[in-house]
Ligand binder design. Structure first.
Ligand SMILES: Nc1ncnc2c1ncn2[C@@H]1O[C@H](COP(=O)(O)OP(=O)(O)OP(=O)(O)O)[C@@H](O)[C@H]1O
Ligand SMILES: [Mg+2]
Length: 211
């Protein structure tokens, strides 16, 4: 195809919408991200659910060593592994779906690295630098649930990331990103249905603004 036409084709390319759902362990991200995709599909949107750690080999490695490992590994190694998996996730799942005009709903994204490894004491600028390939989402949601409540919700699950003090620290980072305008806060303390309604409203608003 001649260059001029290529350019024209690029301009005509359908653009999808990239939404990510963030928050503390157990705040309801998976519940809400999957429900949002289901609802959007019912409304005939072409929506897909993805998650981090991703389903790639790197994602599986991250799950095994960072989330379900016996002892804590260094925050630096954790940050590098999550960034590597994110690169894979964006390259192999997110970008191609967006190019096809799909709505991609990611269960966790780069803000998880900034909040969790930030709370572990790492420099945010460095975390941003190793994640420079992570494309900016059109909409980043923070499901804000009281740390005391998520601990209750997680009683049956086990992960090395969870204890009240850590959750409080991580929440402070997320709140800062909301104040900076990077994340949109959703009150996650309400019922699943109410939270889902709030998320759908913001997402549809974002779709409308995009035109
Ligand atoms: N609004 C809500 N009210 C009460 N319970 C909820 C609500 N949302 C989710 N839950 C319950 O809380 C638990 C954790 O939810 P979920 O797995 O969706 O959270 P998550 O943020 O994906 O957790 P993780 O960080 O461990 O992946 C589940 O048992 C879920 O049914
Ligand atoms: Mg989950």
């Amino acid at each position: 195809m001649p260059n001029a036409l290529n350019h024209w084709a690029d301009k005509m390319e359908k653009k999808g919408l990239f939404v990510c759902v963030e928050g503390l362990d157990g705040c309801g991200k998976t519940t809400q991200a999957k429900f949002l995709v289901k609802t959007l599909k019912k409304m005939t949107y072409n929506a897909i659910y993805t998650a981090e750690p991703s389903r790639s080999h790197i994602g599986k490695f991250v799950k095994k060593y960072c989330l379900h490992g016996k002892g804590r590994i260094s925050a630096v190694i954790e940050a590098l592994l999550f960034a590597a998996d994110r690169y894979e996730h964006v390259e192999s799942e997110v970008t191609s779906a967006l190019k096809k005009g799909k709505i991609v709903v990611s269960d966790r994204y780069v803000y998880s690295s900034l909040a969790y490894q930030g709370a572990a004491g790492l420099d945010l600028k460095w975390i941003e630098a190793i994640n420079k390939h992570a494309i900016k989402p059109d909409l980043a949601l923070f499901l804000d649930v009281k740390p005391e409540i998520v601990i209750q919700r997680l009683k049956s699950k086990k992960s090395v990331m969870e204890n009240l003090e850590t959750q409080r620290k991580v929440r402070e980072f997320y709140v800062k990103f909301v104040e900076n305008g990077e994340l949109v806060r959703i009150d996650g303390n309400k019922s699943k249905e109410d939270v889902a309604d709030a998320i759908l409203k913001v997402t549809l608003g974002c779709l409308r603004n995009r035109g």
